[in-house]
Design a protein. Structure first.
Length: 223
């Protein structure tokens, strides 16, 4: 089964919460229906061309995420809350978050290792970053995560470089690479199009969308 995370105006079991603008009222109102939550990392701030980092860097963004997780935990007992480790995307502004050779992949890897070392948590959603529209680039992230031992010890991952891509071939190839590396791990795909989902649904475990008003083919969710 492929799980669909979103935030509709009606009860839904799989909820996507934005870290920068969390809707706690939804959680309070529909808590009986919720089966799992993803807290995203708030990367949408990087659409702003003047933004190069989170306020306080990834350390403070992680702290905000953990605080929100704890707040939701008090409402939802026993419900898994997947917290996305702060990452640095390349798709909103290609090369825009690179600091010379310290590219978005290395910045994300530093954030991941800080979170895993300093604030261990079972339900981290570990972001797999890459370069804009280059499927093979995620292998750089995966190679380092394997070398650091992360792939052996953690279960939940998110392919995070496809949020604005509408090239079905690019999306599917990226997810094929991720699945080849991650095998039986849980793979979430952030922001993929429904057109791509038709070809990628056997490669992922979950996906998301905030465009809840668009029609969704329910058959895809039961694949």
């Amino acid at each position: 089964m492929v799980y669909f995370f979103t935030l509709p105006p009606v009860p839904w079991p799989y909820i996507l919460i934005n870290l920068n603008n969390p809707d706690i009222r939804y959680v309070l109102r529909y808590h009986k229906y919720i089966r799992a939550i993803i807290i995203d990392s708030g990367v949408e701030i990087f659409r702003n061309p003047d933004r190069f980092d989170y306020d306080g860097g990834f350390v403070e963004q992680l702290r905000r995420g953990l605080t929100l997780r704890d707040r939701i935990r008090r409402i939802l007992r026993g419900v898994p809350i997947f917290l996305t480790i702060p990452d640095y995307c390349d798709d909103y502004r290609p090369y825009g978050l690179w600091l010379d050779d310290y590219d978005n992949i290395f910045r994300t890897l530093d954030s991941i290792m800080y979170a895993l070392d300093k604030e261990p948590y079972r339900y981290y959603l570990i972001p797999i970053q890459g370069y804009n529209e280059l499927p093979d680039s995620i292998e750089k992230s995966l190679e380092y995560l394997e070398a650091y031992g992360v792939l052996k010890t953690h279960k939940y991952y998110a392919v995070a470089n496809l949020c604005v891509s509408r090239r079905v071939k690019t999306i599917v190839e990226t997810l094929r690479i991720a699945r080849a590396w991650l095998k039986n791990k849980h793979i979430h795909a952030f922001g993929i199009s429904l057109r791509a989902l038709r070809r990628a649904k056997n490669l992922i475990n979950s996906f998301d969308s905030m465009a809840w008003t668009r029609p969704v083919n329910i058959r895809l969710l039961k694949a």
